[in-house]
Design a protein around this ligand. Structure first.
Ligand code: KG4
Ligand code: ZN
Length: 337
């Protein structure tokens, strides 16, 4: 059984093929970063148009790389939400059209479920149940995962997502979009031990997050320094430490509350090395285990959608020929309608 996966919820066109026996047998990603860079953020209309340009050639290349004929594909999985409506519609329309032409089922996948399940593509994969920390550009969530489709959100950001806070702080420092990885790189050369950034919402019970204050705190520090590379690196280091520390404190609390022994970390920010180090240490201290997707499956990609599609296809999910996308779709509900 082989599933074609299509991801187009934001500024990456990701296509992959998951094979029941061999796992991911082809995986291609086109990033629109250059298209949006001069605007300092994603321009939705440009994103949709670029997906239109790239999606079909990328699907062709992926099928070719996998030496896959159309009849070898059992189903087409695509990101149905959440995300940018135009970008989602491109992926959904192409997926449904292909599925109709090939006479195969199409499966709409929740983008965050894709991220949650991505560590299952690794050799050392977590068993259910587990606690998931989902940290991306659009979301920061703690999810108690009991099984496929059985998700309970136990904490989330009340304002900026962790990745968004990284990107906005990077922008304040004049770094290119998306600034998260660049800020993390800059932080390696910094020493922010003189600065004490707050650890938002850790002084009260609960598992929710708030990151917008850290960005403002960083902006004030940047305004108060000489703007040198070293000054920015020091602020970047202290900012990153504050985000990572806050995430770790809430993970520890959530693990205690739920009793989970396994922690899955997914979404773009899970690529952050400082976060990985911190959570590895936490899980070692607690006698538990932490799981990540490999680097290329941390940020948006087609592999996670192909895999989630495979899991649902086994449970015979097929959403027919109607084309519908859900730009806002809560993870815990089975449909975005
Ligand atoms: O999961 P993702 O590709 O897209 C969304 O679904 O949002 O996550 C992208 C986010 C961006 O905010 C990006 O800056 C952040 O992940 N990111 C990082 C790192 N790599 C990507 N943030 C901090 N450190 C990194 N190494
Ligand atoms: Zn994502």
């Amino acid at each position: 059984m082989r599933i074609l996966g299509i991801e187009s919820s934001c500024d990456e066109t990701g296509i992959a093929i998951y094979d029941e026996q061999s796992g991911i047998i082809a995986h291609k990603l086109y990033s629109q970063v250059k298209v949006h860079q001069e605007y300092g953020g994603v321009v939705p209309e440009l994103a949709s148009r670029d997906h239109v340009r790239k999606i079909i050639p990328l699907i062709r290349d992926t099928l070719k790389e996998a030496h896959c004929r159309t009849e070898d594909i059992s189903a087409v999985a695509y990101t149905q939400g959440p995300g940018l409506i135009g970008a989602l519609l491109v992926g959904a329309t192409v997926a449904k059209s292909i599925a109709f032409a090939w006479n195969k089922p199409a499966l709409g996948i929740h983008h965050l479920e894709g991220h949650l399940l991505a560590p299952m593509l690794e050799e050392n994969k977590p068993d259910f149940p587990f606690l998931a920390l989902l940290v991306s550009g659009g979301h920061t969530m703690l999810v108690s995962v009991f099984g496929l489709g059985n998700y309970q959100i136990i904490g989330e950001s009340i304002d900026d997502a962790a990745g968004e806070a990284f990107d906005k702080t990077a922008k304040i420092m004049g770094l290119d979009y998306p600034g998260g990885p660049l800020l993390a790189k800059l932080a390696e050369q910094g020493d922010g031990s003189e600065m004490r950034f707050p650890r938002p919402m850790t002084d009260r019970p609960g598992l929710d997050f708030s990151f917008s204050g850290l960005k403002t705190f960083a902006a004030n520090r940047v305004a108060a320094t000489d703007g040198s590379l070293q000054a920015n690196a020091n602020i970047a280091q202290a900012f990153q430490e504050a985000v990572v520390d806050t995430l770790a404190i809430k993970c520890k609390r959530a693990l205690k509350q739920t009793g989970h022994k396994r922690l899955v970390v997914a979404g773009g920010v899970s690529a952050n090395l400082s976060l990985r180090e911190k959570l590895a240490k936490l899980m070692q201290d607690l006698g538990g285990e932490v799981f990540y997707p490999r680097h290329e499956y941390c940020t948006d990609n087609g592999a996670m959608i192909a895999y989630a599609g495979f899991c649902h296809f086994k449970q015979s999910k097929d959403d027919g020929h109607t084309i519908k996308v859900f730009p806002r779709w809560p993870l815990a509900s089975s449909s975005g309608e």
